[in-house]
Design a protein around this ligand. Structure first.
Ligand code: BG6
Length: 477
């Protein structure tokens, strides 16, 4: 279904994100017929360039970063006609009149701030001063949204000077992932799971986001962030919220976000012994973090594992174990809900502990499987064995060539005015309020990350975090 017509201005329109994700994504939406033919995209950045130069740049970007659709030459020709460019001085006056003259009346105006957060205030101010944005416009901002509670509060306050919360779309691209939304569908669209979704039946929950990539080329950003700021405070926290939140009474933006916020606020502080920070070392699978980040003395973590608790009735005493890392043995993201074992077995001789495990695979091979216990086939008597009831979404529903990726879906949601999959200001602040003391603790103690070989499952201590509790991590494969 096509969205309404729009003028989308991308500040930072020549940057990495615009070229890698935003524009190739918009091209896919254009091809699928979702982007109306007369919609326009206006790149705005510092360099001098004309429309033709920008169109060529985006043509090249689609060739480099697009998937199958990059072979659609006619489609690309048509798409890039929708692109315009304005050279703009974010903190000065240059370009703002041209931008104003370019904007059409009567269509949705959206402004994507794909720039350093230090420019948000200047952009917001100038958009208003020149009458380009009004109270129907939407703005999109990217992470990092601050680097601690104070900076996040300051950013929220800056944006709030010019825009209402209902106009602000804070992107966390994990919320745009198909399976992440499926998590809500599975929990709240089936009678099977929700009655069991609590501390009576669940032993613990594991969330893993393992990546094989290192930090090559982005060391200057990553080395100041580390896994906590880069992944945990946002992406993993969002996954945790969706798994743990109470059922919202309706599926709408504020009701869902209210429930997520309650989860974050109920997170208990994490003790130092419940966290393992890691940093990868060189191995046959790749160079060390310090080489990648070009900082021979870095103590930044490229891996983090932690155990946390949510202090409410539903989750009393249920640990949540989360981990994420770069240059691990496989790219694999999974949420595993591990149910309690049966208190009693009626089958003589059955000594194994059987548990149901619901595994939700985010990527790759999106899908779910549910480990169930059955009788081992054959004549051996009543012997039990655990098998997966596997459902790959691609197998069940057929591959959907046209399925939007996270960015595409989220940008279309901006145009539709649907904020459900975007973070509200108070959520972001609550997430920082939880991570701040942890990070400050490391700084105060000069914490040194544990080393792990590139291409492995992370440092030994992360294994111990689980073993101490008589549990084990799911295999990363
Ligand atoms: C980004 C982080 O937000 O998410 C990156 O800055 C990380 O460090 C990326 O690699 C992971 O996203 P995805 O979609 O590849 O899992």
């Amino acid at each position: 279904i096509p969205v309404d017509s729009f003028d989308l201005v991308i500040f930072g329109g020549t940057g990495d994100l615009a070229r890698r994700k935003i524009l190739p994504g918009l091209f896919r939406r254009f091809r699928s017929g979702q982007m109306p033919a007369e919609a326009r995209i206006i790149g705005a950045a510092r360099s001098e360039m004309d429309d033709a130069g920008y169109r060529q740049m985006i043509r090249d970007a689609i060739a480099e970063f697009g998937s199958d659709e990059k072979n659609d030459a006619a489609g690309i020709d048509e798409f890039i006609e929708r692109l315009h460019y304005v050279a703009i001085d974010a903190t000065g006056e240059g370009g703002w009149h041209q931008l104003r003259d370019l904007m059409r009346e009567g269509v949705i105006r959206a402004f994507y701030f794909s720039v350093a957060p230090s420019l948000f205030g200047a952009l917001a101010e100038r958009l208003h001063q020149h009458g380009i944005a009004d109270d129907t416009s939407r703005i999109v901002v990217e992470k990092p949204f601050g680097r601690d509670l104070d900076t996040a509060k300051a950013l929220n306050a800056t944006l709030a000077e010019h825009f209402d919360e209902s106009q602000i779309y804070r992107i966390d691209h994990y919320l745009g992932k198909e399976t992440v939304q499926n998590l809500m569908a599975v929990r709240f669209g089936n009678v099977l799971f929700e009655p069991l979704w609590n501390s009576h039946y669940i032993d613990h929950i594991q969330i893993t986001v393992a990546e094989t990539v290192g930090v090559t080329g982005r060391g200057s950003y990553y080395d100041k962030s580390g896994a906590m700021r880069d992944m945990v405070q946002n992406h993993l926290m969002q996954l945790l919220c969706l798994i743990a939140m109470e059922p919202p009474s309706v599926y709408d933006a504020d009701t869902v976000r209210d429930e997520k916020l309650k989860v974050i606020r109920a997170l208990q502080p994490v003790e130092p012994h419940q966290i393992v920070r890691g940093q990868y070392e060189a191995s046959q699978d790749g160079p060390s973090y310090r080489e990648d980040a070009e900082n021979p003395r870095s103590f930044t973590e490229s891996f983090l594992a932690l155990k946390c608790h949510i202090a409410n009735w539903r989750w009393a005493k249920v640990p949540f174990y989360i981990r994420t890392g770069k240059r691990m043995k496989a790219r694999s993201s999974e949420i595993a809900v591990v149910f309690k074992d049966l208190g009693h077995t009626i089958f003589e001789g059955d000594t194994a502990r059987h548990r149901n495990i619901l595994s939700i695979r985010l990527q790759p091979n999106e899908g779910m499987d549910l480990q169930v216990t059955i009788k081992e086939p054959g004549p051996g008597g009543m012997r039990l064995v655990d098998v997966p009831l596997d459902m790959s979404f691609a197998d069940a529903l057929g591959p959907d060539q046209d399925a939007p990726d996270a960015y595409e879906r989220l940008i279309m949601d901006v145009i539709r005015g649907n904020q459900t999959l975007f973070m509200r200001g108070d959520e972001v602040e609550a997430a920082w309020a939880w991570t701040d003391p942890i990070i400050k603790g490391w700084e105060a103690r000069n914490d040194v990350p544990k080393l792990y070989d590139a291409g492995t499952a992370g440092p030994e201590d992360a294994m111990m975090l689980m073993h101490r509790d008589g549990r084990r991590w799911r295999e990363i494969k």
